[in-house]
Design a protein around this ligand. Structure first.
Ligand code: PLP
Length: 374
């Protein structure tokens, strides 16, 4: 008899990006010379000064359970970061540490969404958004954005809202598109949502990876009455090359936060104690941390400026990403008898050239592939 996997897990599809990464690892272990452009993981190591903070924390006995919402020092450091960067002051009961950005989004969605609700996500979306929503049994409504160059607009959101819409998940800078929603448009989107009592999870995990002239925007800088509707999901993973540390956070209204804390208290409890302290110190000593961040950003900028023109030159149209570290070229013009989908295209790259990419279908848009230049 087949193992009786639960309905909620049955509904989930495996992660397309992790599947591509597994293929790359497999090929490498067979000795192939693989060009792995699959996973969105910085190839830098965590900056040394941040490692040192975590080592010191371990040595000073920060090895016990922490509060569910995280160490006070981390909450304080996150509040300080938003004060410095965006001039806003959040209260401690709005801020909560999570095990990475992924858990931040899980917490936010599961605390709010019921089976009969509708949840909006905009294409192309990060692979985990629909699966996290699937877990709740709610209906996913996908918003197409190709005609606006993959930049979500308030008009598109307005059209998609029904009286069942509970939540929208917004991701800017976007994975995989690299698009940044301009501040004015973002504000209009949240205004439309607030008018219709629709909540917003704003996945800001690439907040710090924005290339001029595009500008960094966080929903933290929205007026208080709009912020009531927003849960920011943040993470240290990408910003500071700390994917394995598993530290992220949410910032939301106190009631939403209380619900998320209840949920987390019965799952992971909290992220690892000394990893939290390392993150707190990284934010507190911002000038050294920011210098390390800027060195990484300079390297991503260099790669972006090589990669995108090169893709266009070989006939794969690709917009210059305004943020994050992904190129999302259109491969439709290569479609023929043999290559009918972006999965076929990615397959061919893999088999004939050992180049690992992720096909666009996993992100909800057929005809594109994603290349990570991290
Ligand atoms: N959100 C987006 C858009 C991502 O691309 C990722 C990771 O790839 C995450 C959230 C989660 O990051 P983590 O759980 O490693 O903090």
């Amino acid at each position: 008899m087949a193992f009786p996997v639960s309905e909620s897990v049955k509904r989930m599809r495996p992660s397309a990006t992790l599947a591509a990464a597994a293929i790359a690892a497999d090929l490498k272990s067979q000795g192939a010379d693989v060009i792995d452009l699959s996973i969105g993981e910085p190839d830098f190591d965590t900056p040394q000064h941040i490692k040192n903070y975590a080592i010191e924390a371990l040595q000073h006995g920060i090895t016990k359970y922490t509060p569910t919402t995280g160490l006070k020092s981390l909450q304080k450091a996150i509040i300080g970061f938003y004060e410095r960067e965006f001039g806003v002051s959040f209260a401690a009961n709005q801020v909560m540490a999570t095990s990475g950005g992924k858990q931040a989004i899980f917490n936010a969605v599961l605390t709010l969404v019921n089976r009969d609700d509708e949840v909006l996500i905009h294409q192309p979306y990060w692979v985990s958004f629909p699966e996290i929503v699937n877990f709740t049994g709610a209906k996913i409504v996908e918003i197409e954005t190709e005609e606006t160059g993959f930049v979500l607009t308030a008009e598109q959101v307005k059209v998609a809202i029904t009286d069942k819409t509970k939540l929208i998940i917004i991701n800017s800078p976007g994975n995989p598109s690299g698009r940044v929603i301009p501040a004015d448009e973002f504000r209009k989107i949240v205004e439309v949502c607030a008018e219709h009592n629709v909540y917003v999870v704003s996945d800001e995990c690439y907040l710090k990876f924005v290339y001029p002239p595009a500008e960094v925007f966080s929903t933290a800088s929205l007026p208080k009455e709009l912020q009531e509707y927003v849960c920011i999901a943040g993470t240290f993973s990408k910003t500071l090359a700390m994917t394995g540390w598993r530290v992220g956070y949410t910032i939301a209204n106190p009631e939403w936060t209380r619900g998320m804390a209840k949920l987390q208290s019965h799952s992971t409890s909290h992220p690892t104690s000394f990893a939290q302290e390392g993150c707190a110190m990284a934010l507190e000593n911002w000038s050294e941390t920011n210098a390390a961040l800027n060195r990484m950003l300079a390297e991503y900028t260099r790669r972006r400026e090589f990669l995108i023109p090169a893709l266009n030159e070989i006939g794969l149209p690709c917009e210059m990403p305004e943020g994050a570290f992904y190129a999302f070229p259109n491969v439709r013009r290569c479609f023929n008898e043999r290559i009918k989908t972006s999965a076929d295209f990615a397959d061919l790259l893999l088999k004939e050239a050992h180049i690992v990419t992720t096909n666009g279908a996993g992100f909800g848009v057929e005809g594109f592939i994603r290349l990570s230049y991290a």
